[in-house]
Design a protein around this ligand. Structure first.
Ligand SMILES: O=P(O)(O)OC[C@H]1O[C@H](OP(=O)(O)OP(=O)(O)O)[C@H](O)[C@@H]1O
Ligand SMILES: O=C(O)c1cc(=O)[nH]c(=O)[nH]1
Length: 177
């Protein structure tokens, strides 16, 4: 089995939950893809790193991250997978709001100013979360080269309208949703 097939199976086994849920946008849905159960899973997380690096191989970037919390383990999985391939890739975390104490940073990790960065998400539905991260990254002086998600749940038009390449490892149809 390829990494992509294996990760797809992990998502189906561990992340897809059927039932009424309220989404981040406030909209209701009949199913949820709880990718934290995959990105924080010992067996699945290394697959996340490799699949997402493979997905984004044509983009040039040297740091990866997104809006906390869903994006965080995606970024660190990519950092570790890149290291195993002999490549240096930093990660960062975009806070939902600037920290009020300490260094009062909105983006944590190595500085992103002047660097080419990739914005990631576990899943993107309206694109609101990832575009919030993109805005914060641009404000911090980073060049956002694209957006990559594990599961595309509807955000593609909004992200591409914003002029960014949008890559998804899986479409809902890949998961039978
Ligand atoms: O495309 P959107 O409509 O913005 O929805 C997708 C977002 O929703 C989830 O996070 P959530 O807002 O539940 O927060 P969390 O990551 O802190 O759990 C998910 O991890 C994405 O970040
Ligand atoms: O839109 C969301 O909030 C959302 C959908 C989904 O399937 N999974 C998730 O973590 N968030």
């Amino acid at each position: 089995m390829t990494d992509r097939d294996e990760l797809r199976q992990q998502i189906l086994d561990k992340a897809v939950v059927h039932g009424k849920v309220v989404l981040s946008s406030g909209k209701e849905a009949d199913y949820y893809v709880d990718l934290r159960r995959v990105t924080l899973d010992a067996q699945a997380a290394p697959l996340v790193g490799r699949v997402m690096l493979d997905l984004t191989q044509d983009l040039e970037f040297d740091a990866v991250g997104g809006l906390t919390l869903g994006a965080d383990p995606v970024a660190t999985a990519m950092l570790h997978a890149a290291g195993q391939q002999g490549r240096t890739l930093d990660a960062f975390v975009v806070r939902k709001a600037e920290k009020q104490h300490g260094l009062q940073r909105r983006i944590e990790g190595p500085d992103v100013a002047g660097r080419r960065v990739l914005a990631v998400e576990d899943t993107s539905t309206t694109g609101g979360s990832v575009l919030t991260a993109v805005e914060a990254l641009r404000e911090a002086g980073a060049e956002v080269v694209g957006v990559a998600v594990i599961v595309e749940r509807g955000a593609r038009p909004k992200v591409t309208e914003a002029g960014l390449p949008y890559l998804a490892a899986y479409e809902l149809s890949d998961l039978g949703l």
